[in-house]
Write a protein that binds this ligand. Structure first.
Ligand code: ATP
Ligand code: MG
Length: 590
């Protein structure tokens, strides 16, 4: 491609509203253009990169035995009503009303395609002989995200690879899941992402039934914990915490129980400021409704309650924080003054493990504007059970080894999930087993955000000058820059190289613009083509050109007649392994 013949609207200034590097750089490098909040045009360079990511995903899905199809974005609302997801998705679901002659059709723009694919299978698969099968597509998804932001990381319309596996047994599901998990690792390896598969909430199947593929990044909207010693990794919802230890030698002398006025101070922050103590000296008493029954949950003041852990510990189907009326009834006080001592109603009290080590704690007094000091377990209150009920924090003990957990923000690029029979039962996708018994098909679902692959990569691999692409995803692999296009010899040499690279099937762009060299170099670095070949008058006089990887500081000289063979060989290696890119960006070959 000749630069002058394509469309690369680079920007000098940081565009308004772009907060994070990937968003800024994708706009500035002329990869995307915003149409409205959450909707972007992919410009020619951006589209090339997107198509390359898509191709890697497709190749690995095919290699894993998944079968491609393409489902429409439009589907009838009735299908979503059958699974209850019209309600579950809430405002995220984009509904459209279609006028068809004299009637109206209620439809949905698909946020994902479980309903449509399960309905398809329900109509065409009826026997164990037709199973297992994994179907996939790469198609636009629509979600009315409340806060579309951060460029293409979170948009209302995005490109997803979504796959669905259909099996006759749990063992079969495990095999299908394994195959997708391995394909995901190959995909993200080939895309040169520094990713970590983390355990995620398991849903209906339980156990290790869901993993998210996360790219640690400062601006990630998710949080993961990771143990460098043993590799344990989980998202914050799911992360277990190892054996707890008291933080400091415990105070031995129990203080007398004391009632203190705390007018207007109900939150942990307010109370600790008011009583001049640390949040970790407080016990939060949270009143939940577990399947409708009120229970009290004790969490140390500086810790965050984890609803999933609490739900599991209580063996409840559903939990939610109690409403103010219930709280007032069971504690005798308005919201913010609950405590384990002297509750009005006899409740089940469960406590997080860290509560065990607290001495002379501060709690609500179950009385408006009042707290208790010197509260001690055993003497003043008892709990039914201790359990892991809080979110992990930075520096917590690892649940699998003696290491410590690190908490880091991350971007979710993919998700694999064992669904079970939720959709097959709702949509009657059943099969006859060998003994002619009708059973629901066991499903898994597997998503990858294609746009997020690009954004996550740019977010983690850029420098002060711009993007740094690996060869596998770069819009073009090689850029040729004649320093002075007005110089006939330079022009000629540059075009010669350009033709020769094309013959080698290298994706090459020639910057034939008649602009200052400084402008070209700035743009080339901003876009971040992996290999730059500079044709200068002085070098050419000696029969040399300069070659440089985007991630290298200094260029090296190479004879004009050697450069195409040498660089083409490097590019082919990099396409396969990304080894140079990974070594330079992540300091490793893996
Ligand atoms: P998130 O928690 O970030 O909203 P999700 O868990 O709802 O994502 P899934 O339903 O698991 O997303 O979708 C599969 C993949 O699609 C995600 O792993 C992510 O890469 C991508 N994705 C989801 N929502 C968006 C979005 N609004 N914009 C771009 N990509 C998205
Ligand atoms: Mg997800």
């Amino acid at each position: 491609m000749l630069w002058s013949k394509t469309f690369i609207p680079t920007l000098k200034e940081i565009p308004e509203g772009a907060e994070i590097p990937s968003h800024v750089l994708m706009l500035r490098a002329g990869l995307i253009n915003q149409v409205m909040a959450g909707a972007y045009t992919y410009l020619p360079l951006g589209l090339r990169a997107l198509r390359k990511a898509e191709r890697i995903v497709r190749e690995e899905m095919d290699a894993a035995g998944a079968v491609e199809l393409l489902m429409p974005s439009l589907s009838p609302l009735s299908l979503w009503e059958r699974t209850g997801r019209d309600k579950a998705f809430g405002d995220v679901l984009i509904r459209v009303e279609l006028k068809r002659q004299n009637r109206k059709v209620n439809a949905v723009l698909g946020p994902t395609h479980e309903e449509i694919v399960t309905d398809l299978v329900a109509h065409h698969i009826s026997s164990y002989r037709q199973l297992p099968i994994t179907l996939y597509q790469i198609s636009p998804k629509f979600r009315n995200e409340e806060r579309p932001r951060f460029g293409v990381l979170r948009t209302s319309e995005f490109l997803m690879k979504d796959a669905y596996s259909f099996d006759t047994s749990l063992e079969g599901l495990n095999r299908s899941y394994e195959a997708m998990y391995r394909a995901y690792c190959r995909i993200f390896d080939r895309c040169c992402l520094a990713y970590i598969p983390v355990e995620a909430e398991s849903g209906p199947i339980g156990g290790e039934a869901s993993h998210e593929f996360m790219v640690p990044a400062n601006n990630g909207e998710d949080k993961i914990v990771h143990c460098a010693a043993c590799g344990y990794a989980a998202n914050l919802e799911r992360a277990e915490i190892g054996p707890r230890r008291p933080e400091q030698p415990a105070v031995t002398e129990p203080a007398p129980l004391e009632r203190v006025p705390t007018p207007g101070a109900s939150s942990i922050d307010q109370v600790s400021r008011f009583l001049n103590c640390r949040p970790e000296d407080l016990i939060k008493t949270l009143i939940y409704l577990a399947d409708g029954q009120p229970v009290a949950v004790l969490i140390r003041g500086d810790h965050e309650a984890n609803d999933n852990k609490i739900r599991r510990a209580l063996g409840a189907k559903e939990i939610q924080l109690a409403d103010p009326a219930t709280i007032e009834r069971v504690t005798g006080a308005p919201v913010g003054f609950a405590g384990p001592v002297g509750l009005k109603e006899k409740l089940t009290i469960i406590a997080d493990y860290d509560i065990q080590f607290m001495r002379n704690a501060i709690t609500g007094a179950n009385e408006a504007d009042t707290h208790l000091k010197g509260v001690n377990l055993g003497r003043d209150f008892n709990v039914e059970r201790f359990a892991d009920l809080r979110c992990a924090q930075d520096n917590d003990p690892c649940p699998r080894c003696s290491g410590i957990l690190r908490l880091r923000p991350a971007i979710e690029v993919g998700h694999v999930f064992k669904l079970g029979t939720k959709y097959s039962e709702a949509l009657s996708a059943r099969f006859l087993d060998p003994s002619e018994q009708l059973k629901p098909i066991i499903m898994g679902c597997y998503g990858i955000g294609i746009n997020r692959i690009l954004a996550a990569l740019i977010e983690t691999t850029h420098d002060e000058n711009g993007i740094i692409w690996p060869v596998a995803l770069a819009p073009y692999e090689v850029v040729i820059v004649p320093v002075n296009v007005a110089d006939e010899k330079s022009r000629e040499a540059a075009f010669q190289l350009y033709n020769a690279f094309q013959k080698e099937n290298i994706e090459v762009i020639l910057d034939d613009r008649d602009v200052r060299a400084g402008v070209k170099f700035k743009d080339v670095d901003l876009i971040g083509f992996p290999m730059r070949v500079v044709v200068g008058e002085r070098g050419l006089a000696q029969g040399n050109v300069e070659v440089k990887w985007r991630w290298e500081k200094a260029p090296q000289l190479m004879p004009l007649d050697k450069v195409v063979a040498e660089v083409s060989a490097w590019i082919r290696e990099e396409r396969e392994t990304g080894a140079r890119f990974k070594a330079a960006l992540y300091g490793s070959n893996g």
